[in-house]
Design a binder for this molecule. Structure first.
Ligand SMILES: Nc1ncnc2c1ncn2[C@@H]1O[C@H](COP(=O)(O)OP(=O)(O)O)[C@@H](O)[C@H]1O
Ligand SMILES: [Mg+2]
Length: 250
């Protein structure tokens, strides 16, 4: 397991002599074994933050400190990312796609056990021999999630993974993710532009705007959350108000 402390993180991109400040002075504490949701409109730096956290992108300035099992770890921890699109290999079956992250593991028995366990957990066993073109979008996203879970990361990063799903599949996968979180105790950072989704799943909702963290709200409602409850409605309104305070929405 792993927690992360982000200190004064900045990221600048250079395009044709122009500087784009994707992140500036981001401070964030991600508790070990916590479920954090990050909301913000398009272009506010959510993807950049996740890409830096999992080492796909270099930071320009600042510090990222990983804390493992309560202690400090100078080593990079194992992070897995789930993208908005499933990004499956079309020539591999569901089972082979899920085993992809374990390709270099020589213990074939362990690989098979782990993959079968996750196929079962995600309701994919009957489709293990199907190819990506033969399954629905919801199933494909489950396979992508399974591939990341099979890798057994300390930190799971998710970049709007449910954005392309219909409302029914979306709620189903939200519930499954919460269950996986409760069972595994993994640290999850889930990015979305949907405030309802952020409040439904997160223990802490982080609001980002223009490359900065605008606000953090702790949500201590028990799971599964009741979207029709007064408490849920109030939380959602509070976070929406923070976002709508920005001058361009007035
Ligand atoms: N590889 C890149 N090169 C140049 N600019 C980028 C790159 N990736 C993102 N950006 C810019 O950085 C800003 C933040 O982007 P991003 O992190 O993708 O935001 P979000 O995920 O919140 O939509 C945007 O202005 C975007 O255009
Ligand atoms: Mg993005």
């Amino acid at each position: 397991m792993a927690g992360v402390t982000v200190k004064d993180l900045s990221k600048k991109y250079h395009i044709n002599g122009r500087i784009i400040e994707a992140l500036s002075g981001v401070n964030l504490s991600i508790g070990d074994g916590s479920f954090i949701t990050v909301v913000g409109r398009s272009g506010c730096g959510k993807t950049t933050l996740l890409r830096i956290l999992c080492g796909l992108e270099e930071k320009t300035a600042g510090e990222i400190v990983f804390n493992c099992n309560g202690g400090y770890s100078g080593e990079k921890i194992k992070a897995g990312i789930v993208f908005q699109e499933p990004r499956l290999m079309p020539w591999l079956t569901v089972e082979q796609n899920m085993a992809f992250s374990l390709m270099k593991n020589d213990d074939r028995h362990l690989v098979k056990t782990r993959v079968y366990e996750h196929l079962d957990m995600l309701g994919l066993t009957a489709f293990k021999d199907a190819y990506p073109s033969q399954i629905s979008g919801g199933m494909a996203q489950r396979v992508a999630l399974g591939r990341t879970l099979c890798y057994d990361p300390d930190l799971i990063l998710m970049d709007e993974p449910l954005g392309a799903l219909d409302a029914f599949n979306r709620r189903k996968l939200q519930n499954e993710l919460v269950e996986i979180f409760l069972k595994s105790g993994k640290t999850i950072v889930f990015v979305t532009h949907d405030v309802d989704e952020a409040v439904y799943m997160g223990q802490k909702v982080v609001v980002m705007d223009k490359g900065k963290v605008m606000d953090e709200t702790l949500i201590d409602m028990p799971y599964p959350r009741q979207v029709t409850s007064k408490e849920f409605f109030e939380m959602r309104e509070e976070i929406l108000c923070t976002i709508l305070k920005e001058p361009e929405y007035r």
